[in-house]
Design a protein around this ligand. Structure first.
Ligand SMILES: *Cc1c(COP(=O)(O)O)cnc(C)c1O
Length: 401
């Protein structure tokens, strides 16, 4: 039967989040009894620290169960400003800060507040799955700028320049990145910062993995390039990854006052405020002990080292060593064109499907991130599972002809 109700064209041009979709399929197979090892998950395998949970419960007991100010409770915005000051030396007033329903929602608010139809947004690829559809939902045009594996996915300013036009309004930076865990070097950020200043671009810097790095040195940041960039940069961060709080849905943005005000307008007419008790939990996260991300990092490091080394031991597979976040992003394109039981595996979607069906390993095809040569595996899971998963992947690849 044909659907009675037609859908908006804006919906038909985008797809549901592929990472959430793979995760759902893996969970369904698992529930049906299949022995699935799930590497598709984009969240830490840690519970939210106890003192943060207690603060959330106490907020409910204290009656913080009503609407709050649209951009978030003043105490939390003050705490966020203080964190930015302590961690980076940045001067943001609480009015320049918006608390939103997760980092993803903050990005949505930014694009809705700034983009006009036809505006182009530069998005270095591999990119996080949600940037292009969110730009499209705002009427903008996502422009994918290729990063090269041989550069460790650092941004090459000359390549960036080739994709910039008179219609470019914005660039999205994500360092460390999802899906490759790559960083942009101080040198390339310097060049991007200069371009943004000269051409009046808005810089959106998604810093959600800032606290999860495997560096000994300081993570370079675009706002360190030139203080004037603060007037045309929106910083996005949140507690989802740093404090294992994905389900609480608290993110935050800092930027020029008029941009944040416009984002507040969007938020006031859509979600109102972020969940009240979750804001108190985030307050406890940002004002309490800051060693939790380090604890996670220590757990992630040996897993990363094993994963990368074992992937590199597979003939034809290359893998950049991630320097942040909790994903490996190996290049499997040497296996494209091989077949299983007469069926050719031609791309990342087919190979990830093959891994799921034949190895009972859930991963995310690189096509979802604008880089079809690759597959993303999360190492937010135990070393034992990674070892078992790698054995299954190697066996499955060995069955290809
Ligand atoms: C996880 C993630 C976010 C935000 O996640 P929320 O759960 O919405 O806070 C933003 N950007 C990237 C690159 C991410 O991986």
């Amino acid at each position: 039967m044909p659907d009675v109700i037609a859908l908006a064209s804006r919906v038909t041009q985008i797809a549901p989040s592929p990472t959430l979709a793979v995760n759902a399929k893996a969970k369904a197979l698992k529930a049906a009894g299949a022995d699935i090892l799930n590497f598709s998950v984009g969240e830490p395998d840690f519970d939210t620290p106890l003192h943060i949970c207690e603060a959330g419960k106490k907020a409910i007991d204290d009656g913080h169960t009503r609407y709050t100010a649209v951009p978030g409770i003043p105490e939390l915005r003050k705490a966020i400003a203080a964190r930015f000051q302590a961690d980076h030396g940045w001067d943001y007033s609480p009015e320049q800060i918006q608390v939103c329903c997760g980092g993803k929602h903050g990005l949505y608010n930014i694009f809705q507040a700034v983009i006009n139809p036809g505006d182009e947004v530069l998005i270095p690829a591999p990119y996080w799955v949600s940037y292009p559809p969110m730009v499209q939902l705002a009427g903008g045009v996502p422009v994918s700028v290729p990063l090269r594996e041989e550069d460790d996915f650092d941004l090459d300013p000359d390549i960036l320049d080739r994709y910039a036009t008179a219609r470019t309004r914005m660039i999205v930076i994500n360092s460390p990145s999802n899906p490759a865990g790559c960083l942009f070097s101080g040198r390339s950020l310097e060049a991007v910062g200069r371009m943004a200043l000269e051409r009046g671009w808005l810089v959106v810097t998604d810093d959600i993995y800032e606290t999860i790095t495997y560096l000994d040195s300081r993570l370079p940041h675009i706002l360190d390039v030139d203080p004037r960039l603060a007037e045309q940069t929106v910083v996005l961060n949140g507690v989802s990854k740093s404090f294992a709080m994905t389900g609480w849905r608290i993110g935050y943005c800092a930027g020029p006052g008029h941009v944040i005000k416009a984002m507040n307008k969007i938020q006031s007419q859509s979600t109102s405020n972020p969940c009240a008790p979750a804001q108190y939990a985030a307050l406890a996260a940002l004002t309490g002990p800051q060693d939790f991300p380090l604890t996670m990092r220590q757990a992630f490091l040996p897993r990363r080292d094993f994963f990368v080394e074992d992937l590199r031991s597979i003939p034809g597979v290359t893998c950049v060593n991630p320097r942040g976040a909790f994903y490996v992003f190996p290049n499997f394109s040497a296996y494209y064109g091989r077949s299983f039981q007469g069926k050719v595996i031609g791309d990342s979607v087919a190979l990830a499907d093959y891994f799921l069906d034949e190895a009972k390993v859930a991963s995310v095809p690189g096509a979802a991130f604008g880089a079809d040569a690759f597959i993303r595996f999360s190492f937010a899971t135990s070393l034992e599972i990674i070892q078992e998963g790698m054995q299954r992947i190697k066996d499955a690849l060995g069955r290809l002809s």
